[in-house]
Design a protein around this ligand. Sequence first.
Ligand SMILES: Cc1ncc(COP(=O)(O)O)c(C=O)c1O
Length: 377
Amino acid sequence: MTFEKYPFEKLNILLKDVEANNNFEASSLTIGEPQFDTPQFIQDELKNSTSLLNKYPKSAGENYLKDAMISFNTKRFDVELQYSQIIPVFGTREVLFNFPQFALFDIKEPVMAFTNPFYQIYEGAATASRARTIHLDLTKENNYLPVISDSELKTCDLVILNYPNNPTSATITKVELEKWVQKALEFDFILINDECYSELYFDESKKPVSLLQACNSVGNDEFKNCLVLNSISKRSSAPGLRSGFIAGDKSILKEYMKYRTYVGCASPIPLQKTAAIAWSEESHVQGFRDIYKNNFEIAKEILGINIPEATFYIWLEVKDELKFTKELYEQKNIKVLPGSYLGRNGIGKNYVRIALVENSVKTKEVLMRLKDFIDSY
Ligand SMILES: Cc1ncc(COP(=O)(O)O)c(C=O)c1O
């Protein structure tokens, strides 16, 4: 099995022989990892739960964690879930990698489609599943919404959407998601929306929607063929806690649960206790939203970008993204991620991804430096 090199590895190779300008502080805008302390109440809960380390965790997860996740879905999306419709997971990355292998295992020539550019685990999962891949290209011209013919869609066994989107920051409307639900029912494929960034929005009147809401609004109340993933990593600035969930179609989840028992990805009980607290609390998330919103306002002022509805990424159009990345590092000691490392078939070319995951002081300083560079590029 051969996997594509990870984007950060490609970046290290690109910059290996480039000497950064050490007159400036080294700044990295590459990684989608919030650079803020995990809130104290979450850290305290973890410290207070260590006595639970003497128990094997159950693969299915503890009910109090499921309750917290169910209640999150009710409050945030007005979606009611039963225990059979949700599984707590050890961060969504592991699901994105192993779910396709589970779902496609019995299919002779599986076909998996996903948005392009993408979070690279989707591609790794397709490789591990021996699936033929269909790239759902996201471009400025199609408003970052996939266009695919019915004849192609009919061949799909699994489709992964990712809205709010990494790296383009695009969002999708409920109406668009409803169309996807209809297609998943009509052509009988499994439809996943990776909703990891759903909580990083900046306008209360434009909160990102969930695929589960779209299911409800077209009368697919059992979420047939549909699943969502969500995570605490970005929401609570706690990527190290490893807490997420997969929710939706209970007949798929029942079999997937059996598979997971063998995978051995159960979350340690102290982590489950802590995650339950974090999923149940909202004011700390508002605090993070305010920080990201402020960062985008700074970026708008300095770079003149439009503020997206969600995420913490700027998908910046540049000429020759590899040259841009190298020269920016050389002249200003700033690292960004070339868009072409995140896409295939030319998608992402002439773009770089910039993650605004630092505090406002650092963000302002580094974006001014970036602007200086752009003006002379
Ligand atoms: C689109 C997307 N999905 C999933 C993940 C994985 O998140 P986690 O495994 O921390 O839940 C990430 C992380 O960067 C991501 O960008």
